[in-house]
Structures are given as structure tokens and as C-alpha cells.
Design a protein around this ligand. Sequence first.
Ligand code: NAI
Ligand code: COI
Ligand code: MG
Length: 346
Amino acid sequence: MTYKITALPGDGIGPEILEGSIEILEALAKKFEFEYDLVTKDFGGIAIDKHGEPLPPETLEACQNSDAILLGAVGGPKWTNPKNRPEHGLLGIRKSLKLFANIRPTIVTEATAHLSPLKESLVKDTDFIIVRELTGGLYFGEPKYFNENQAVDTLTYTTEEITRIAHIAFKLALKRKNVVTSVDKENVLSSSKLWRQTLEQVSKEYPDVTLNHLLVDACSMHLITNPKQFDVIVTENLFGDILSDEASVIPGSLGLSPSASFGESGPSLYEPIHGSAPDIAGQNKANPSGMLLSLAMCIRESLHQPECAQHLENIVFNTINEGIATKDLGGSYSTSEVFEAIKKSI
Ligand SMILES: NC(=O)C1=CN([C@@H]2O[C@H](COP(=O)(O)OP(=O)(O)OC[C@H]3O[C@@H](n4cnc5c(N)ncnc54)[C@H](O)[C@@H]3O)[C@@H](O)[C@H]2O)C=CC1
Ligand SMILES: CC(C)CC(=O)C(=O)O
Ligand SMILES: [Mg+2]
């Protein structure tokens, strides 16, 4: 079977980390003897410049006809029109492909604990997954507008939206340590009251899984003071966005954290959790690890090559442990030097 992949490099450091990762995929496919067809499409700010919109129909169609999508990052100071921003393309693709479940893992082994700015003893053996609801909540709620005197965003969740993401979290926990921590703001938000109530309801179908609840403000503290307590964290769109950037500090850098987004069916999307990093774009300084670990998730989940995925993950961490790392991890290597070292290891 030849899998179809659409690559969306996007803006800023997006092309820098995705183009090198595509070369790594080529090398891995040769070694592990599998085939794929890859097309690259305009997306984000570059698509606004070339086609007048961040998610042109041709790009969406290519994604819809793919098994997997690899995405760099979008956005930047050049595109500030509130009605036509690169970020709208990102929300658009997630909604159009119904990618409601965003999986963001945080893993720290004995070998990688030294990379964290936090105490090694505190982070060693951390292994949790944030399951972020990705197509509801504040980013999508209507009405949404701003004028001179007032701005409105709407936070809406339905029982159906909460139920389907809850099932993802519980099923994941069954394959892990059987603990789900649901994060909300139930003390003040109506949507969080429904969230908590629905999580309790769904939990009845998973008697072997323990369900805990945390308010989001306290969770943000627990995450970096005792990250080992978590197994699966499930939360709504905005909280998951914020908590996952915070969680990226635990293994060492925002540039290290991967993600995968799934729907009920259709293509899945793989992207690092960081943005286009305009402050370092074009300088060959970006850490490509988050992109490469997202590629590994793609190879495992969409290309069904678990050995290859494991091989890539091992190489990414071995390379860093050999000291071949970018500045965000305390190293002095460029993006292209890291890619070269990884290619050699394959
Ligand atoms: N999935 C996406 O495409 C996302 C896009 N964005 C967009 O990206 C743009 C920039 O947003 P920021 O708030 O600056 O967030 P950012 O995630 O792009 O950068 C935050 C900080 O982390 C650093 N950083 C990020 N990725 C890195 C990497 N791979 N290696 C080394 N350092 C890295 C940056 O240099 C910066 O100092 C905005 O337009 C934002 O809307 C933000 C988050 C996600
Ligand atoms: C445009 C934002 C919602 C992107 C982002 O920060 C994310 O998905 O992590
Ligand atoms: Mg984010």
C-alpha cells in the first residue's frame, strides 16, 4: 500500500523544520522499505500571499485525499489582518477535517532528564499525554466579533463534543496507567460544569479507570511541581493549548514537543506544538525535534511502521544526548547540522 501524505510547511520556521524532516522520511522509507506519495501545498501566510486565503481549496482538497498531513507552523508579524490571518487556516483545516482529538505527549526518561530546566529528580520518568479537544470551545464559538467598544468570544461545548473526547481519553488510559485527570474551571464556567458532569457520566463505562478532576489554575501548578502524578489529562481547547506549552518545559523545550490530531475517520494531522517562531525564523536555529517526533507519530499511526517510528525516536534523543542540539536545549548546533547528524544515524 502506498500512503498519501500532504506536507504543509507554512511560515517562519515551518519550512526549515519540515523540509529537513521530509528528507529524513525519504531515508527511513528506503531503510524500512515502505512507499508513500508526498505532495507539498501552500498553507498559512504564504497561501494568503499567493492565493489570498490561508487555506486555499486546492490545499484542503489535497489534505482530504491524504492518509496523513505533516504541518510545520503558520503565522507571523507580516499577517495581522484580523479577517484573514494564517491562524484561521489552521482552525479551518482542523474543523474541515473534523480533527477533534489532539494528542500531546510528554515523556522524560532517565537519559533525557538532564535536558529539563526543572530538577532532574522531579521530571525523571514523567510520562503523560494531554488529550486536547480541538474543534470546539472559545476558538470556534459564535458570536465572535470585536468593535471599538466591545469584543466577544463565546465558549460553547455540547454533551456530544465532550463525550467523544472523553472516550478518547478513557480508551487511552486503559492502554496506560488507568488514570484520567479532567481539567476544567468548574467553579465559574458553565461549559466546565457540563464538561465535568459529562466526564463523570462517561467514566461509568470505564470502571477500571480512575477519574480525577483538577481546576485549570491548580493544574498549571501541579504540572511543573509534580508532573509524574499524571497519566492522561483531558481538557478543552484553550486550556489544552496553554497547558501543553507549559508542559513542554518539562522535557526541556517547546521545540521538543510533538502532536497528532485525529477525527473519527479520514486523514490525521501531525505537527509540533510550537508556532512559527518569527524571532528565530530564517536563522537555521530552530529545533527540529518536535517536527521529527510528530513525523514519528505519523509513521506509527498513519503509515503503520512502528519499528521505523521507534528507530526515529531513538535517533532524535540519542543525537541530543550526544550533544548535537540546538540553542534552546543548550547546544550550539544549527537546524541543518542536527538534520545531517540524524540522517547519518539512519
Ligand atoms: N501550530 C501553529 O502553526 C501555531 C502557530 N502559532 C503562531 O506562531 C506565531 C508566533 O507565535 P509565538 O507566540 O511566538 O509562539 P512560538 O511557539 O512560535 O514561539 C515561542 C518561543 O519559543 C521559541 N520556539 C518555538 N519553536 C521553537 C523551535 N522549534 N526551536 C527553538 N525555539 C522555538 C520561539 O523562538 C519563541 O521564543 C504567531 O503568529 C502564532 O499565532 C502559534 C502556535 C502554534
Ligand atoms: C492558532 C493557535 C490555536 C495554534 C496553537 O497555539 C496550537 O494549536 O497550539
Ligand atoms: Mg499553542
